[in-house]
Ligand binder design. Structure first.
Ligand code: MG
Ligand code: ZN
Length: 220
């Protein structure tokens, strides 16, 4: 019997992969790093970026893509600081798709950029599973959320190439067990870099910026 070709049907994530690959190709061609910041709503992603702008601008040329379900509020916050920023509005979707990111990415002046930082929709679950053609996913966890989040949402912390623990200025006021958190992270993702920062009081910000710039030094 002649060998019949088997038809293969795939879900939406298959279509997502096509767009993610387009982004990846373009990134490689233009030599642009793309970092995908993922964390809960309110974990301090936008404020971290606000406080990153000045320090990072001194080292490399970057733009920000802000992902939210609704509003342009976060983009407005960064725009005020003079950073090139676009807002991606998902209109209900709880994560950024590669198709939407691609739309905004191709409109950026990529020849004049070293890095694009994507702030994903606040969510610890599906952005972790969604490929947007990024160089690396970065997990953001605030001490106000509790130390159990890496253990409860391991996929993000496994996929990430770095973890930033934010709002460390709140440590005296919250019952966040740093040691337990770091132990869980070690179980999930061995030697992953963990950076502790307070965007508010500035502690750890130098380490954070050093970590970010390390991506543009590596082959991408
Ligand atoms: Mg935000
Ligand atoms: Zn989602």
């Amino acid at each position: 019997m002649a060998k019949r070709e088997i038809k293969v049907y795939s879900d939406l994530s298959g279509a997502n992969a096509v767009w993610a690959d387009k982004i990846r190709k373009l990134r490689e061609e233009k030599n642009v790093v793309m970092l995908n910041l993922i964390g809960s709503p309110g974990c301090g992603k936008t404020m971290l970026l606000e406080k990153t702008v000045e320090r990072l601008s001194a080292k490399l040329r970057f733009a920000v893509l802000e992902g939210d379900i609704e509003t342009t509020r976060d983009a407005e916050r960064l725009d005020k600081l003079g950073v090139l920023v676009s807002q991606l509005v998902t209109k209900g979707a709880c994560h950024l798709s590669a198709k939407l990111v691609h739309k905004a990415f191709v409109d950026l002046p990529l020849d004049e950029l070293d890095m694009v930082i994507v702030e994903n929709v606040g969510n610890l679950v599906c952005p972790a599973a969604m490929d947007i053609g990024e160089t690396a996913k970065i997990a953001v966890l605030s001490v106000a959320e509790g130390e159990d989040k890496p253990a409860k949402y391991p996929r993000l912390f496994r996929e990430a190439k770095g973890i930033v623990i934010t709002k460390t200025d709140l440590l005296p006021y919250v019952s966040f067990n740093m040691r337990a958190c770091l132990n869980d992270i070690k179980q999930i993702n061995g030697t992953i870099p963990v950076i502790k920062v307070s965007a508010k009081d500035g502690s750890g910000m130098e380490d954070w910026v050093k970590f970010l710039t390390s991506f543009s030094e590596k082959p991408r």
